[in-house]
Write a protein that binds this ligand. Sequence first.
Ligand SMILES: Cc1cc2nc3c(=O)[nH]c(=O)nc-3n(C[C@H](O)[C@H](O)[C@H](O)COP(=O)(O)OP(=O)(O)OC[C@H]3O[C@@H](n4cnc5c(N)ncnc54)[C@H](O)[C@@H]3O)c2cc1C
Length: 387
Amino acid sequence: MLKHDVLILGGGPSGLSTALHLARDYPHLAPRILILEKAHYPRVKLCAGGLVADAEVILERLGLDVTEIPHVDVDTAHFDFAGKGLSLRMPGKHTIRVIRRNEFDAWMAEKTKEKSIEIREGITVKDIKTYDDHVKVETDAGTFIAQIVVGADGSNGVTRRCVLPHAPVYTARALEVITPVFDYAETPQKSNHKENHAYFDFLPVPDNIAGYTWDFPTLVDGQPMRCWGIYDTNLLANDSRPALKELLAQEMARHGFDLNAVELKGHPIRWFSPGNQMSVPRILLVGDAAGADPIFGEGISIALGYGAVAAREVGEAFQRNEFSFNGYKRRVMRSALGQTLFVRWFLTHTVYPLKWRWFQSILWRFLKPFVVVISWIFILNWGKRLK
Ligand SMILES: Cc1cc2nc3c(=O)[nH]c(=O)nc-3n(C[C@H](O)[C@H](O)[C@H](O)COP(=O)(O)OP(=O)(O)OC[C@H]3O[C@@H](n4cnc5c(N)ncnc54)[C@H](O)[C@@H]3O)c2cc1C
């Protein structure tokens, strides 16, 4: 049996951020960390790859420059209802930066290895059991024993299911397709979407889809493409809803694209709720395993933020030699990360149930100052305040 101090299960942004923050703030722990990742980098991860400024702020503080990998700079983001609404630009810089997750995660993994942190790829965790003085992790490559475990294995992760099997789970649905930039179908209409603009359209809300469709520019293997998708928090799941695919197909058809001509993929996103448990003795959860942003399903910056908070919790636990982690959730909730997650959860429960067509239309088309001020104060700009 292999013994380790810190075992991180999952090598996505949350697990790698936890490791990188530990290496920066508690360098003596770096050689005592092992990351287990079931895939091999560069591995596929279904994700539109939209990075908000807060993600870049956290990466920059780790000394990482995301422009080292292929990316598209979005200069305007549109938040629309039926094609009309408000547009956001950041003066003098990009609004969102779009990366591909196979490239982004492989790049982060490389940066982590450079800090002398070991990542073992191709190992799938099967079961986790906690004991008074250690954690036992069963994998398809044998048993690992650790002082503590960080569950960073995403929305479908095995860590949460093993250690919190009865905890309620709030899960969103997301579907995604990649298309060429130009009209795909033989339909006569042409998309009015601009090259370096990203579009969010809340048209599905009156149909009880508590979410939006998106259309982002992206670069796949160096080729400019578009990434389309639809997100539903499932908050209005008690009411009847059309198939998610149907609404995405309608939106794409308005722009001359045929959804049936491209490969559609889906994945759940586990979202944050103030009731979510985030730890048990010797194990804490980060990223989607703990809960992503519910309003947009935006989880990369959030995963990076969890890494910062979890590293502080782990580092102090080793200093005290006390691993109950009973203050972890309080630490998350009091941090800038917890504050933005709480406001996003509150807005999700406020804005989506007001699902009338007229309300959504007024919200996105006419209440720009209100939406911008709320977003600026409560949704964006938390990365700088994250200690
Ligand atoms: C369709 C879609 C579009 C999205 N678009 C965006 C977007 O544009 N912007 C944004 O910010 N967020 C977006 N998200 C959300 C974002 O992808 C997630 O919030 C983010 O990936 C969470 O990071 P994580 O590290 O917690 O989990 P993950 O990225 O899921 O990483 C978990 C890692 O654990 C590994 N793993 C899982 N199980 C095991 C196991 N048993 N053993 C070993 N390893 C395991 C996986 O292989 C993976 O590498 C999107 C999500 C979806 C589904």
